[in-house]
Design a protein. Structure first.
Length: 482
C-alpha cells in the first residue's frame, strides 16, 4: 500500500547486461583467444567476482554464464513476444501463447516438432545447418572479434608463394602452377572442348575458394563466431568428395542495414564473397530447416540467439548448442548430452562433434528426441506453469523476501531514504522516475506529477502509457557496477 516501506528492485534489459566495469577488460587481455579469456577461469578458481554489489538485478535478456561474472545479475525472460509476453499472458489468463504452439493453421505458431509434417529421423539431411543474420557478437566484451573484409589478397596469395610451393603445395586439390596453366589455356579449351572448359572452370573456382579458406583460417581466432561458421562451411565444401554432401551448411540469409533486416543473397555488400562461393545462402523456412538432422544456435549480439534455441530444440533434428560467455533463462532447463550436444564458442570442436553424432546415430536420435520432448513439456500448460514459477515468481519472491528497507537499515547506510542511497552511488540527476505503482492492482499506478517526468512528457506519450512507460523505465536505467 501507499504507506508501506519501499521496495526497490534494479531491473535492466538488452542483449546482455550493459555493465560498466573494468573487470571484463582486465581479464580478457590475459588470453590470446578473445572468446575464452584465461582470466575468467582464474577468477572462478580464486572465488573472486567482477561485482562486489550484493543487490540483485533482474536482467530481461542474456546474462553472463559463469557465476563469477556479476553473480547478482539474474537472467529473466527476454522482451520478445514468445518470451516475456507469453509469461504475461500466462499470469493473466493461464493460457500458453500462440507463438509457443505447434505450427499448423495458426500463422503465429513458431514451433515445428516434425510429427505434423511426417518428418522422420532416418530421412533427415545429414548436415549441420544454420541460416541467420550477419550480426555482431558481444561487442563490448569482445571488441577484438571482427567481420573479415574482402580484398584481393584473400584469393591471390598463392601466386606470391615460393617457386617450390607453387609447384608442390596443393590448394583445393591443385597447385598454383597447375591452376595458372588451366587459367591460361581456358580460352583455347573453351573453343574446342566446352565440357572440358566447364570442368576446368570448376577446378579454378574450387582453387580460389580454397585459397580464401586458407587465408581466413589464418585469422580465424579473431573472426566473429558466425563468420567462423561460414569459414568452416566453405572448407567443408572444398574438401567434400564428388557427389557427397559437405558436413556443414551454415550461411548468412540476411544482414542488418540501417536497423532493418535484408536478404544477404545478391546484396551488394556480399557480391565479392558470392563471387567465390562464400558466406551467403538461400533463405530457409522453419519447415525447410526441420528437414535437416543437425542444427546449431549460433550466438548473436548478446552471445545467444533468443529464438533459435527453442525453435531448434523442438525440431526433429539434434541441436549443437553454442556455449558462449552468456546464457538465457531457458538454458537452465537444458542438460548437455541429454537435450543437446555442447560446442565451444570458437566452434573448433564442431566437426569432431558432428563426426561423433554420425557414428553414434542411436545416441544422437535419443538426444534429438529428448530435446523435442523438453520443448513439448515446457510449452504445455503443466510445463509452462513450472517455468512461470521458476523463472518469474521464484526470482521475484527471493528478491522481495530478501529486501531490507532503508528505514530499518539506516545504521549500515547512514542514509534515511532509498533515494539518498542511490544519489550517493550515482550522484544527482542520474536517477529518473517515470511511473509509480502502489501494488493494489496492475492498474494502480500514477503517471506524471511530483518527481515523475512531468505533464508535458505525458501529453506527448501515446495512449498506451503504462506499457510504454514501463519500457522506458528499463531503458532509462543507468545503474552501474564498479
Amino acid at each position: 500500500g501507499k504507506k508501506s516501506a519501499e521496495l526497490v528492485i534494479p531491473i535492466s534489459s538488452g542483449d546482455y547486461p550493459g555493465v560498466s566495469s573494468n573487470c571484463i577488460e582486465h581479464f580478457r587481455q590475459e588470453s590470446p583467444d578473445p572468446l575464452i579469456p584465461l582470466g575468467w577461469q582464474k577468477i572462478t578458481d580464486s572465488g573472486q567476482r567482477c561485482s562486489h554489489i550484493t543487490a540483485p538485478v533482474l536482467h530481461f535478456g542474456s546474462a553472463f554464464r559463469h557465476p563469477h561474472m556479476f553473480p547478482n545479475i539474474i537472467a529473466m525472460p527476454m522482451p520478445p513476444a514468445e518470451h516475456l509476453s507469453c509469461f504475461e499472458k500466462w499470469a493473466m489468463a493461464k493460457t500458453v501463447c500462440k507463438e509457443l504452439t505447434a505450427m499448423g493453421e495458426d500463422k503465429e505458431a513458431m514451433l515445428l516438432f516434425g510429427d505434423e509434417f511426417g518428418f522422420k529421423w532416418e530421412d533427415l539431411i545429414p548436415q549441420v545447418v544454420w541460416r541467420g543474420s550477419d550480426f555482431p557478437f558481444l561487442a563490448k566484451a569482445n571488441p577484438l572479434l571482427k567481420k573479415p573484409q574482402f580484398h584481393e589478397r584473400l584469393i591471390n596469395w598463392p601466386w606470391s608463394q615460393t617457386e617450390e610451393d607453387k609447384m608442390t603445395k596443393k590448394i583445393g586439390g591443385q597447385t598454383a602452377f597447375n591452376a595458372a596453366n588451366k587459367k591460361l589455356k581456358l580460352y583455347r579449351v573453351r573453343k574446342r572442348a566446352p565440357k572440358q572448359a566447364d570442368v576446368n572452370e570448376q577446378i579454378l573456382s574450387r582453387f580460389t575458394k580454397a585459397a580464401a579458406v586458407e587465408s581466413l583460417k589464418g585469422q580465424y581466432i579473431h573472426l566473429l563466431p558466425r563468420w567462423k561458421a561460414v569459414v568452416l562451411t566453405a572448407e567443408a565444401e572444398v574438401i567434400a568428395k564428388p557427389n557427397t554432401l559437405p558436413w556443414a551448411n551454415m550461411k548468412f540469409s540476411s544482414y542488418v542495414q540501417d536497423g532493418r533486416k535484408s536478404s544477404a543473397l545478391g546484396a551488394e555488400d556480399y557480391k565479392d564473397w558470392e563471387g567465390i562461393g562464400f558466406a551467403t545462402g538461400d533463405y530457409k523456412s522453419h519447415k525447410n530447416l526441420a528437414q535437416y538432422k543437425y542444427h546449431i544456435d549460433l550466438g548473436g549480439g548478446g552471445g545467444t540467439t533468443w529464438d533459435g534455441t527453442i525453435l531448434k530444440l523442438a525440431m526433429p533434428g539434434m541441436l549443437f548448442h553454442h556455449l558462449t560467455p552468456t546464457k538465457d533463462y531457458i538454458h537452465d532447463w537444458m542438460k548437455p548430452w541429454v537435450h543437446y550436444v555442447p560446442v565451444s564458442s570458437d566452434l573448433l570442436d564442431l566437426k569432431e562433434k558432428f563426426d561423433w553424432a554420425e557414428s553414434h546415430r542411436v545416441q544422437s536420435k535419443k538426444i534429438a528426441d529428448e530435446g523435442t520432448k523438453l520443448m513439448r513439456h515446457l510449452t504445455s500448460p503443466e510445463g509452462f506453469e513450472q517455468m512461470y514459477q521458476q523463472d518469474i515468481v521464484g526470482p521475484l519472491r527471493r528478491v522481495t523476501d530478501a529486501y531490507q528497507p532503508v528505514s530499518v537499515n539506516q545504521s549500515q547506510t547512514s542514509r534515511r531514504t532509498w533515494r539518498e542511497v542511490i544519489q550517493k552511488i550515482e550522484g544527482d540527476g542520474v536517477f529518473l522516475s517515470v511511473i509509480k505503482c502502489h501494488g493494489s492492482s496492475v492498474h494502480d499506478c500514477d503517471e506524471g506529477g511530483g518527481d515523475v517526468l512531468g505533464e508535458n512528457y505525458m501529453k506527448n506519450t501515446s495512449t498506451n502509457g503504462p506499457a510504454k512507460l514501463r519500457s522506458l523505465l528499463v531503458k532509462k536505467s543507468r545503474i552501474k557496477f564498479r
